[in-house]
Design a protein around this ligand. Structure first.
Ligand SMILES: *Cc1c(COP(=O)(O)O)cnc(C)c1O
Length: 378
């Protein structure tokens, strides 16, 4: 698709995905399976296109949040393994089995419901058991995990394929992450060796890769943020892999005008112009994914220059100060995230003035923003 008619769009640099996956795979021992996390529309990048590219780049399988997301992957013909990361509702289990998904079990009740569903059928349900080692969210609490392991092992309708945990603080606290890892490793010891040998054993998200140990029994990683080109924290080993941002975010100037000093700009008059100013109205707002927190704080790039946001970000439009930018015209491309001229707005910067985290900045890009896929470097 051409961007010439678009008001607001994101460009997805598909070759950057190839390079990111290549670097991550190189950093991992060859036996470790790469579970590509493509939930939330592939972190806003567009699931069908990105998933297809990830497979071509050599990932082994997918993880999504729920059955509806998994169904999209099946509809476009991917028969790779798909792991459901969130608990599945009882009403969704039949569809999950029919789609051949790897269902995450978080409780004995869930396991019993699934076992009852497949009993007497010729199809077994594929399951991973998720253990809560300190996240306090999904997963069976670790003190009850052995009971769930035993149930799954004894139930012929359940095909036990994996066991995993999830870190709550891998991007901040290596000591707590190590504790979670140790709790999980102790629990693995309670699984009979024969059963354990066939399991996919995984714990690491992008930030977890920081402390990934090839010596441990882990044989898979679940990679989200890193494959989209964002290290979970700066200055880490992960940043040294030099992931490349895949997505950039742009919109067009739809109006340019001169306003006298003293004019209040946008809703609630939070900004009063201190000088006669030239302003550009940009066709992007919180209806597209620019949070109102960026009001009077963020900058957009126009003609390669940083232009401060004036006043409130509104649903459809944001106003920037272009007084010092020569020759701004209707139709000019404005960059909200990514490079323009010699400058770049990073996701980290965008997050700082928007009070959000990188995952959130990507996921909150709305459907109104067109996705444009670049298959080669331009
Ligand atoms: C989203 C998610 C991931 C991916 O996390 P990143 O930080 O984006 O790499 C991994 N595991 C689980 C359980 C998740 O929910």
């Amino acid at each position: 698709m051409s961007t010439s008619a678009a008001r607001a769009w994101v460009e997805i640099d598909l070759p950057a995905i190839d390079r990111n996956v290549g670097r991550i795979k190189q950093a991992l021992p060859p036996h470790v399976r790469y579970v590509a996390v493509v939930k939330a529309n592939a972190y806003g990048h567009g699931m069908p296109e990105v998933a297809t590219r990830l497979l071509q780049a050599g990932v082994d399988c997918f993880a999504v949040a729920n059955v509806a997301e998994a169904a999209i992957l099946r509809e476009i013909g991917h028969d790779a393994d798909i792991l459901l990361l969130s608990p599945t509702l009882p009403t969704e289990l039949a569809r999950a089995v029919a789609l051949g998904l790897d269902i995450t079990l978080n409780s004995l009740a869930e396991a019993q419901a699934l076992a009852a569903l497949v009993r007497g059928r010729d199809r077994r349900a594929k399951v991973h058991v998720k253990v809560d080692t300190g996240m306090g969210r999904a997963g069976v609490w670790h003190e009850q995990a052995a009971e769930l392991f035993a149930f799954v092992l004894a139930e012929p309708g359940l095909e036990w394929r994996g066991v995993y945990t999830h870190f709550s603080d891998a991007d901040h606290d290596q000591a707590f992450t190590a504790e979670q890892r140790a709790t999980f490793l102790r629990l693995l010891e309670t699984i009979p060796a024969a059963a354990r040998a066939g399991l996919l054993i995984h714990a690491d998200n992008s930030a977890g890769l920081e402390s990934f140990s090839a010596a441990a029994p882990f044989n898979a990683v679940r990679v989200g943020l890193m494959q989209y080109g964002l290290p979970p924290s700066a200055g880490s080993f992960l940043a040294s892999l030099r992931p490349e941002p895949v997505l950039s975010f742009h919109a067009r100037v739809v109006l340019v005008k001169d306003l006298p000093a003293g004019t209040a700009v946008s809703y609630n008059r939070t900004k009063v112009l201190s000088r006669p100013s030239r302003v550009a109205i940009v066709a992007v707002g919180y209806g597209d994914g620019v949070p109102t927190a960026a009001s009077n704080r963020g900058h957009f790039l126009v003609r390669g220059m940083r232009c401060p946001i004036l006043g409130r970000v509104t649903m459809d439009q944001t106003i920037v100060d272009v007084t010092d930018v020569p020759a701004v015209a209707v139709g000019d491309v404005v960059t909200i995230l990514g490079a323009q001229g010699g400058d770049r707005i990073t996701v980290a910067e965008f997050c700082a003035w928007s009070d959000c985290i990188p995952w959130e900045a990507l996921c909150t890009l709305t459907q109104r923003v067109q996705r444009v896929y670049r298959t080669d470097r331009t």
